[in-house]
Ligand binder design. Structure first.
Ligand code: NAD
Length: 403
């Protein structure tokens, strides 16, 4: 936040009184560097997004990027050279059989995630991560979460906004009760791609409120996106989600006046809108709300963002992976993660339920959904990847030359 803007905002003192310290949310770099054993990491799917994951693992002092499974022959060779990784494989099963890995990070297109997760879980690794959307069919997401739970291994969720350091701090404060009871929530901009990009809204709403969605009553448009086999592209959802805490969350597909999640407590309102959440004094019920400086503590891993090709806006990728590495190193459960596979599953379930309710003109539908065979297809790019849909990543981009 610029100084000018900070100065314009009023004093935060009353709202910051009694807020919890970030504590051991993330192990800081100096301490991570002192870990005696480095975790061996294998990447599955080293395309556009996978290469960013690979950068974070190679810059992390307590991990070693040990193997890559990449389907595309030319790209496999190029990324192997770029990351100085010699153990190169076409697919996950060969990689996890041949290499002794602690962590497997899966960033393939969605269609291929389940097979890779099950192969890695079977091989006995300690931690697995995937990315959004985790699946098209709910039963497939269940199979992944269950396989990891059964083996008590850490199952992480990848590059999601809810991992942003300031969003985690905002949630910690809201849920500690320092702002009073949570009394309301609104989701804006739940449209366009509800199982792809829309994952973000559900994941942040659950984080900020500490509650699950227990019932949806929603309407959707345009009509063609409400066909059973239509993908989520262009689908707009409006309506209401009931939360396990008893509050009703209003849901709007429109992105105006903002796209994000707002949670109102008795004394303060937190609004996440893709960047660091804003903080307002008051809930707007008794007096006009006033924006105040949230004074977030500094992100302990900010220095990693100075290493190209990582960018300032990759802070939530870094924090997501750092929380995952900590969980594996320290033996923490998946529920400690900034983003878990369970979170991705809950986002998919809310998207599927919202579409199902909309298809029936707003019929209330209870969650967890009874019918786990329900499906919502993401965009062809997310489902099959760039090579399959005619937008492959250029070799010079994969090599890192153009960064
Ligand atoms: N969270 C985010 O911000 C974010 C952003 C972009 C993409 N994504 C997700 O990441 C995934 C990948 O997207 P991308 O942009 O990197 O796509 P991409 O097409 O650039 O890369 C995918 C890579 O996976 C490889 N691959 C495909 N099947 C494989 C298999 N079975 N085994 C090994 N490798 C395989 C492909 O050859 C390709 O190199 C998608 O699910 C997408 O939705 C998430």
């Amino acid at each position: 936040m610029s100084m000018t803007r900070r100065m314009l905002l009023s004093s935060t003192a009353p709202l910051l009184m009694g807020v919890p310290a970030p504590g051991d949310l993330l192990t800081p770099p100096e301490q991570a560097a002192g870990r005696r054993k480095k975790l061996r990491v294998g990447i599955v799917g080293c395309g556009r997004m996978g290469q960013f994951f690979a950068e974070v693992y190679r810059f992390s002092p307590d991990t070693e990027l040990a193997a890559i499974a990449e389907y595309n022959d030319e790209r496999r060779k190029v990324v192997g050279g770029r990351f100085a990784v010699k153990a190169l494989f076409k697919e996950a099963p060969e990689m996890v059989r041949s290499e002794k890995l602690d962590i497997v990070a899966i960033i393939t297109p969605t269609k291929f995630m389940k097979a890779a997760v099950l192969a890695a879980a079977e091989a006995g690794v300690r931690g697995i991560s995937t990315d959004k959307p985790i699946a098209a069919k709910l039963a497939d997401a269940d199979a992944m979460v269950d396989a990891c739970n059964r083996r008590k291994l850490v199952f992480a969720g990848g590059n999601l906004q809810r991992a942003r350091w300031q969003t985690q701090i905002a949630a910690q404060r809201l849920r500690s009760g320092v702002y009073g009871k949570i009394i309301g929530a609104t989701v804006m901009g739940y449209g366009g791609e509800i199982s792809g990009g829309g994952c973000q809204h559900v994941a942040v709403l659950r984080l900020l409120t500490g509650a699950e969605i227990t019932q949806v009553e929603t309407y959707g448009y345009p009509a063609k996106t409400l066909a059973a086999d239509a993908s989520d592209q262009g689908l707009m959802i409006n309506g209401r989600w009931r939360l396990s805490s008893g509050i009703d969350c209003m849901v709007f597909g429109e992105r105006e006046p903002f796209s994000g999640v707002e949670v109102r407590a008795e004394r303060a309102t937190v609004r996440w809108s893709w960047y660091a959440p804003l903080l307002f004094e008051g809930s707007g019920k008794t007096a006009p709300r006033k924006e105040v400086d949230p004074a977030y503590p500094p992100f302990p891993w900010a220095s990693m963002l100075d290493r190209p090709p990582l960018r300032k806006d990759d802070d939530y990728l870094v924090s997501s992976i750092r929380s995952f590495i900590d969980a594996v190193h320290l033996g923490r459960p998946s529920s400690s993660l900034f983003v878990s596979g369970h979170d991705l599953r809950q986002s998919l379930e809310a998207a599927i339920a919202s579409k199902a309710s909309a298809m029936e003109g707003g019929r209330p539908i209870a969650l967890p959904l009874a019918d786990r065979s329900l499906t919502l297809m993401p965009s062809p790019y997310r489902w099959l990847g760039g090579d399959a849909v005619g937008s492959p990543q250029a070799v010079k981009d994969a090599s890192g030359e153009t960064r």
